[in-house]
Write a protein of this length. Sequence first.
Length: 174
Amino acid sequence: MKKPGRLDNKDKGNLAVASAIRHFVAEGYTVSIPLTDTAKYDLVVERDGAFKAVQCKYVGYEGNPRIYSVPLYVSGGNRSAGNRRLKYQLGDFDTLFVLCANGQAYAIPFQEVAGRTTVNLGRRSKWSGWERYLLAGTSEIRSAVEESTDDNSSNSAKPRKVATPSQASATGKV
């Protein structure tokens, strides 16, 4: 039985998908969800007749403070055998949507991550370049999910209080 306030990997994936849907709908896309979970992508978005497959990931692991390491492979699930890690291949998806535990979200074109095993997000340096894919308005969002400080497991999280819109407007933080 799952402990209240804890998110397992499936919950975290669902949170990333929900965040991606919110983002793409707000940007004027029509969003479609595959009927099964065997697709190599989580969503299909369409605008002006152009379709894109979107892979969604939630990342709570910080390799260094404020640096989120995004694994760019499948391990387990519906596309691997044993303990093998299968890197994403051309055609698996067009856009990688990443939701970090701190609320930041990124939409990265596949060609930018092709051939990589991981991407480290959150680093702001002249060498990083990932900040150009940081979605507007997500750099100041406080996530309702924060990695647990009492458990070293990357599968644990606990809810945080988040200001309601009326509380945020009263304090000047929206």
